[in-house]
Write a protein that binds this ligand. Sequence first.
Ligand code: C5P
Length: 227
Amino acid sequence: MISPIIIALDLDYEDSLEFAKKIDPEHCRLKVGSQLFTQKGPQIIEELSALGFDIFLDLKFHDIPNTVASAVEVASEMGVWMLNVHTSGGSKMMEAARLAANKSVNPPLVIGVTILTSLNQADMNELGVKSISNQINDLASLAHKSSLDGIVCSAGDVKNIKSLLGEDFLTITPGIRSINAPKDDQSRVSSAKQAIEDGSDYLVIGRPITRSSDPLKSLEIFLKEIG
Ligand code: C5P
C-alpha cells in the first residue's frame, strides 16, 4: 500500500524529475502545482506517471461553473489521480466539476480547497471572515453536498470535519511541520504524527522534504514518524 504522503513538487522541471527518479512510487504520491504545470504542462504529468507515480494536480480551479468544468474534464483525461477546486466557487461550480470528472473512464478524486493553511484568523478578519472553523465547516459541508470526495484543510480541522461529515469524506492536509522546524509561509501547522492521529487521510509535504539537505533521508524520517 502506498503511504499517505503526497510530496509537493514546488520545484522547476529538471529538479522535479531528478527528485522523482530517486524515490519509490510505493513510498509517496506527487503533487504538481502551479509552478511546475505552468512550466511544463501535461508533459510533466505524463513523465511522472510513466515513472509509476499517482499525481495530484493542484491547480485549485476557481471560476464560473462552465470554465471549471471544461478544465476539470481536460485534467481528468490526463489520467491524474486527484485534482482540486476552490470550495468558495460555490455548489454549482463544484457540482459541475464533479460531473465533468465523472465523464472520464477513470475519474480522479475531486477535492475542495477550504481555507489555505497559510491563512490565520488575522488574515481572515481582513477578508471579513469572523471564524475560520465555522467557515471551514460551512465550506466542507457544501463540498460534501456537491458530491466532492473530500477537502484540503489543516490537520487541526480534521477531527471536526470527520465527525461532521463522516470518516469516508477525505481530508488532505498541507501545513505539515516537525516541531521546531521553520513554518515558512504556513500558519496552521501540525506534525505528521499528529495529523495521522487526528485522522488525516493524506499529508501534503513540500519544503520539509524537497528543500532539505538530504530529501531522501527526510522522506524516510517522515515515513517512520507516521509508521
Ligand atoms: O512546502 P509546504 O510543505 O508548505 O507545501 C505545501 C503545499 O501544499 C504547497 O504546494 C501549497 O501550494 C499546498 N497547499 C497548501 N495549503 C492549502 C492547499 C494547498 O499549503 N490549503
